[in-house]
Design a protein around this ligand. Structure first.
Ligand SMILES: C[S@@+](CC[C@H](N)C(=O)[O-])C[C@H]1O[C@@H](n2cnc3c(N)ncnc32)[C@H](O)[C@@H]1O
Length: 276
């Protein structure tokens, strides 16, 4: 099956993260261990030889996905009526990694061509074909229930204003919830624009970068930072191959240095506590 022929470069960006997770699963000590990613890589008919994810990118993509999974699973455990959203889901198989999340309560959102491919290749979950910048797509998702909202690899493709508008719409829609996404500092954006491993997406980056994880609290006062997750400081680094393990352990001593790598930002919101 070949789905990629009609994809725009923006949509094609999903192949880099998909491939990184497939390569992680092939490692002796996978960080995420997503076997489904390898299956999709084999079925999708894309020339993955065009992509050059280096080991650090593979480790970071796998670990950030794992962090988003952990937050989504914990949220559902605390909120049995929760729904889950994955914005810019691509061909990620997050739902399969969340066995306690019923497929009926999960919504994967991506642009129409990707959504179409997703329906064919990734089982489970509701698929919404939409540009997240458009108003209206949230109408397909039930309001009134707590929501955990993941966005893995999407933020870099939105401008700051588009991101602010998106978060506001999400906060207007759901009474409470959590948002978790990977973020980039301004320095990391500059690096991504020039590094070989991310050359396939370099020209598509529109987000200017964000150095202060508390900045979104100024965008919307309903948002509260839960945790800035600096991947260099996460326990899974112990599973990294030796060279990268030592690099991240060194980086972990410095917040500034750790922030040059992958950052996952986790926020909560709750309409009931707006006045607190
Ligand atoms: C880097 S890929 C990440 C895909 C997936 N989350 C993953 O981790 O493999 C970015 C995804 O965001 C989607 N995307 C980019 N801009 C979008 C938008 N405005 N609305 C919906 N999806 C968008 C792309 O089509 C692509 O699937």
């Amino acid at each position: 099956m070949t789905v990629s022929t009609t994809f725009t470069p923006l949509e094609e960006s999903l192949f880099l993260t998909l491939y990184a997770r497939a390569l992680d699963a092939r490692r002796d000590r996978p960080i995420l261990g997503d076997a489904q990613a390898g299956r999709i890589v084999n079925e999708v008919g894309y020339d993955f030889g065009r992509l050059h994810p280096d080991t650090n990118l593979i480790l970071n993509v796998a670990l950030r996905a794992r962090k988003l999974d952990q937050v989504a699973a914990a949220f559902r455990a605390r909120n049995p009526d929760a729904i889950g959203l994955d914005l810019g889901a691509g061909l990620d198989t997050r739902l399969a990694r969340l066995p306690s999340f019923p497929a009926a309560d999960w919504y994967d959102v991506d642009l129409p061509e990707v959504a179409e491919a997703r329906r064919r290749l990734v089982p489970g979950g509701n698929v919404i074909a939409a540009d997240v910048r458009d108003p209206g797509w949230l109408d397909a998702i039930p309001a009134g229930r707590p929501a955990v909202i993941a966005a893995d690899g999407l933020m870099g493709f939105l401008t700051r204003d588009e991101l602010i508008t998106l978060w506001k719409r999400l906060l207007d829609r759901f009474p409470s919830g959590e948002i978790i996404f990977n973020s980039y500092t301004r320095f990391a954006v500059r690096v991504a624009r020039h590094a070989r491993g991310t050359s396939s997406v370099a020209g598509l980056i529109r987000f200017p970068g964000m150095d202060d994880p508390r900045e979104p609290e100024q965008w919307d006062q309903r948002l509260h930072l839960v945790r800035e997750i600096l991947l260099s400081r996460e326990p899974e680094v112990a599973e990294f191959p030796r060279g990268w393990r030592w690099y991240h352990r060194l980086a972990a001593h410095s917040t500034a240095w750790s922030r040059t790598g992958t950052i996952v930002l986790h926020y909560r919101f709750d309409r009931r506590s707006e006045t607190t």
